[in-house]
Design a protein around this ligand. Structure first.
Ligand code: HEM
Length: 478
């Protein structure tokens, strides 16, 4: 391992550099530079916590699959997230987690899930919002609209009552709005707590009481929405809540399960949609190729809605999504606590090809972003956006050897992958059907061949486009 240019105790040097990179919205780039400096696997102190960082796919496979029983979240998730999420799939371990996972999988893995007509109804609201905003300015920030879109869809699908954030004022759901505002603040609070890890209690001193109060408001509001959903479902044939979360033992537990699902599915999906529109605006040739595929499958009528079969006939659409997930994974870095002293197969010795010791109590951080951008895995053009590479490499074998793992793998693999992919394919197909050009107009970005160097990242619990600049675009209707 090479020595750092200058070292301070408790990892303060790293903290200072990270702080600077974060101010510049370039945190993921710093993580790549560090891997190039220290190797694919290295150790450091984060405060008093010994941490091992790895982007080696062979180690990631070991943590997530082969040795998964030796790593878990410990108490950290409950401590950092419990305030908003309560007791659900993200904060649980052991038998409780297994129960939640079975319950959630029973819904997410239904073959007909999600109902495309429900997605279409929300897509229409997104479209109408875009058109009505275009009346006042040709430039629209799509970033917040995508966050509202994915929350509206998720609440509709899981609860039967949508937050209706994109609905016209006549259909506005006041409780939905209350929930969304509180949920946004609550997620920000969790991001801060997650950074403090076992010192998360300090956030009660460092953060405005409004932020932690928002977690309680979001929990209260979601309970109100559930009660409303139950009322509406009485006597109705369509009972998404009763069929799914109504199976869980009590209403408070159902609320927690639902909160965890919204937490899992809202920001990840919204971030992915944002990144795809961003790259389509930056890469006109990719947009043209995608447009040809979409229009040759769907015809020229922007109102014809795709079936799942239609979407399966669009391999380039899938390549664009995979390439976006590779370069801009919604969860760029992830962590596990080591429950018993063990070794990881690579990262030790002079060559870095020997096993490395992982002591009990160490935090293991694996970088999906670092792994996806490694030239060892994707060749010299690993940093370039090139969807065509997915005709040369096989997604399945890449997922299997963990060189591509946007949804991770192993027992805690994302349960929403199929849902996320269907929703993303559907939405991007419908956007391409509806608009003939996308031009980027965010003050902080410029178009050009080096757009990736200029990209700014917002790192919360997910990685999205910089929230200061947003995703300001000009969309030309067909
Ligand atoms: C682009 C979209 C998405 C990406 C990239 C993504 C990625 C991930 C990742 C990396 C994890 C592991 C988190 C961890 O270990 O800390 C995860 C977990 C999870 N995801 Fe997703 N996700 C996406 C969308 C969704 C959606 C739409 C849902 C459902 C509504 C969902 C449900 C879940 C659940 C329930 C877990 C927890 C699994 C467990 O702990 O057993 N995800 N997701």
């Amino acid at each position: 391992m090479l020595p750092s240019p200058w070292l301070l105790p408790f990892g303060l040097d790293k903290w200072l550099r990270s702080h600077k990179a974060e101010q510049e919205r370039k945190l993921p780039i710093l993580s790549l530079e560090d891997h190039e400096l220290y190797g694919d696997t290295y150790g450091q102190y984060a405060g008093t916590l010994f941490t091992i960082l790895t982007r080696d796919s062979r180690n990631i496979a070991s943590i997530l699959s082969e040795q998964s029983s030796k790593f878990d979240y410990g108490d950290l998730r409950r401590v950092c997230f419990g305030f908003l999420l309560g007791e659900g799939i993200f904060t649980e371990n052991g038998e409780d987690w297994k129960r939640s996972r079975r319950l959630i999988a029973s819904r997410l893995h239904e073959p007909q899930f999600p109902a495309l007509h429900i997605i279409e109804s929300h897509f229409q609201e997104l479209l109408q919002t875009i058109f009505s905003k275009q009346e006042t300015s040709p430039h629209i920030d799509l970033r917040p609209l995508f966050f509202n879109y994915t929350l509206d869809i998720s609440t509709d699908l899981f609860l039967g009552v949508s937050t209706s954030l994109l609905s016209p004022p006549s259909k506005m759901n006041n409780e939905g709005k209350r929930f969304s505002l509180a949920f946004n603040e609550g997620v920000k609070f969790l991001t801060a707590r997650e950074r403090w890890k076992k010192f998360a209690f300090l956030t009660f001193f460092t953060h405005h009481p409004r932020q932690w109060w928002s977690c309680l408001t979001a929990r209260d509001s979601l309970l109100n929405m559930i009660i409303e959903a139950q009322k509406q479902e009485q006597g109705s044939k369509y009972q998404p809540f009763t069929e799914f979360l109504g199976k869980s033992t009590d209403i408070e537990k159902a609320r927690d399960e639902l909160m965890n699902l919204l937490f899992a599915g809202r920001d990840t999906n919204a971030s992915l949609l944002g990144w795809i529109v961003y790259v389509l605006a930056q890469e006109p040739d990719v947009f043209k190729k995608l447009e040809t595929e979409v229009l040759s499958t769907m015809g020229q009528d922007p109102n014809s809605t795709p079936t799942l079969l239609d979407l399966r006939k669009m391999p380039y659409l899938e390549d664009v999504i995979n390439e976006t997930l590779r370069l801009f994974p919604a969860v760029p870095i992830n962590g596990r606590m080591c429950k018993e002293t063990t070794t990881l197969p690579f990262g030790g010795g002079q060559s870095g090809e020997e096993p490395i010791l992982v002591p009990k109590g160490a935090l293991i951080c694996f970088s999906t972003y670092g792994c996806h951008l490694s030239t060892k895995n994707y060749g010299e053009d690993a940093r370039l956006f090139r969807p065509e590479r997915w005709r040369e490499v096989d997604v399945k074998s890449r997922t299997h050897d963990y060189t591509f793992h946007p949804f991770i793998g192993g027992p805690r693999k994302c349960l929403g992958e199929i849902f996320a992919m269907k929703l993303t394919r559907y939405t991007i197909c419908r956007l391409v059907q509806s608009f003939s050009a996308i031009e980027i107009n965010s003050p902080g970005f410029q178009c050009g061949s080096d757009w990736q160097k200029q990209t700014k990242y917002n790192i919360g619990l997910t990685m999205s486009l910089d929230d200061n600049d947003g995703l300001v675009v000009k969309l030309t209707p067909r």
